[in-house]
Ligand binder design. Structure first.
Ligand SMILES: *Cc1c(COP(=O)(O)O)cnc(C)c1O
Length: 419
């Protein structure tokens, strides 16, 4: 495999951007590799600057559930472009997208459109604090909720990949109200609530964790979180930036049958464009300006192009409800191949992670026992077989509707050949 052109571009990028990238996991440092520069992508395939083609299981880290360049979405974007790129004013698309979101996430009685998952989470927490008049929040070790100050404590994703326990540049004051619990550990949550439950504004959780690698909630864990937050008047926030529209069209809350007070969405909801959303109970959302005194705003929020992509994506998911079963079957096939190769795999729907550890991967401490050097070998081996996986042990493999059975079989054969 030739990578001369990617290497040349990477050297150039290093002059301009820290680590040559605009988001840290892309640097591929953790897998002992240089980043591939992507030229174009279509369906399940990405093509790099050297002309290599790969079956893509990064899928832009989640948005591309319909594959790359899905025509109804790109058509919707093109025709929206014809009418103007941004207005900074109200338009029909915002209402259409909001109504589609609410249809599938009825717990989001009211919502706001924003530009990134980070912004959605940051704003949801502010609303929860404004509503409860409390300051403390609870998050779980290994869950990632974007890069806002208060949430950069034992966060997953790029912080785990690059072994950054707590981010520099975050004043102590910004995280002193962030309490840490252990994923899937009921008593770690109980202890926190027993000591100061009446001061906790919000508990935020990835209902299926996917930023420390995939870690499903244990039986009863989400109902327990629902119950304990209700008891203490704490706002339960499901961060469904990855799981929303992926685990089912109504996300993890539909799959597991748990109704949170607030939800954050990103990735799929923007159909590949920079768009995210947060919302929840009417009485909480009514605290937001101009109705209430919780301030939240955005020049490009509800951008017409991004909204068009989101609408077209959700409509396509509605029109092809069968894709969820297909995603499940294809992902299960990959899971079986990993198991038959003796690998330790966690799967939740179309999200999978192979962990190079013999421990059961069920929380931050156990996933951290994974051999990241071995994962690097796996990544480079798969790449050589024409398969592009996440350049990090602590991220998910994303299966899309455009992965054909041929793609899946080729992937399974490669997995079985890894020694
Ligand atoms: C990706 C992600 C975010 C952050 O979204 P950005 O759009 O990258 O800011 C937040 N929460 C979860 C669960 C995510 O997976």
């Amino acid at each position: 495999m030739r990578t001369d052109e990617s290497e040349r571009l990477y050297a150039k990028a290093l002059e301009f951007m820290p680590g040559g990238v605009n988001s840290p996991v892309r640097a591929c440092k953790a897998v002992g590799s240089v980043p591939l520069f992507i030229d174009r992508a279509s369906g399940s395939k990405i093509y790099d600057a050297d002309g290599n083609v790969f079956i893509d299981y990064v899928c832009s880290w989640g948005p591309n559930i319909l594959g790359h360049s899905y025509k109804p979405v790109t058509d919707a974007v093109k025709s929206a472009c014809e009418k103007g790129l941004t207005f900074g004013a109200c338009h029909r698309g915002e209402i259409r997208l909001a109504s589609l979101i609410k249809k599938h996430f009825p717990s989001m009685e009211m919502l706001r459109l924003v530009n990134s998952g980070t912004e959605a989470v940051m704003s949801a927490i502010r609303a929860a604090r404004g509503f409860t008049c409390r300051d403390k929040i609870v998050k779980f070790e290994g869950c990632y909720h974007g890069h806002s100050d208060g949430l950069l404590v034992k966060a997953g994703s790029g912080l785990m990949t690059n072994a950054i326990p707590s981010g520099a540049g975050v004043p102590h004051g910004c995280t002193e109200n962030t309490l840490l619990a252990v994923y899937n550990d009921f008593s770690s949550v109980e202890r926190i609530f027993e000591s100061c439950g009446n001061e906790i504004a919000a508990l935020i959780v990835e209902p299926c964790a996917a930023n420390m690698g995939v870690v499903s909630p244990k039986e009863g864990f989400l109902p327990f979180l629902r119950e304990i937050t209700e008891k203490y008047g704490t706002v339960l926030i499901f961060d469904e930036v990855i799981t929303g529209f992926r685990l089912s069209i109504g996300g993890a809350q539909q799959l597991y049958g748990i109704t949170p007070d607030m939800t954050t969405l990103g990735k799929i909801v923007g159909g590949g464009m920079p768009l995210a959303a947060f919302g929840g109970k009417r009485e909480i959302m009514e605290c937001i300006a101009p109705l209430g005194s919780v301030y939240q705003a955005g020049t490009l929020s509800g951008n017409p192009i991004a909204a068009a992509a989101g609408i077209a994506t959700i409509e396509a998911l509605e029109n092809h409800a069968e894709i969820y079963d297909e995603l499940d079957r294809k992902s299960a096939e990959i899971e079986r191949a990993m198991e038959s190769a003796g690998m330790n795999v966690n799967r939740c729907g179309s999200l999978l992670t192979v962990f190079f550890t013999s421990e059961k991967a069920e929380n931050y401490d156990s996933v951290k026992t994974a051999d990241t050097k071995r994962y690097g070998e796996y990544y480079r081996y798969m790449l050589d077989k024409g398969i592009y996986c996440a350049p990090s042990q602590f991220e998910a493999m994303f299966v899309s509707a455009t992965h054909s059975w041929e793609d899946i079989n080729k992937t399974c054969d490669a997995i079985k050949g890894f020694h």
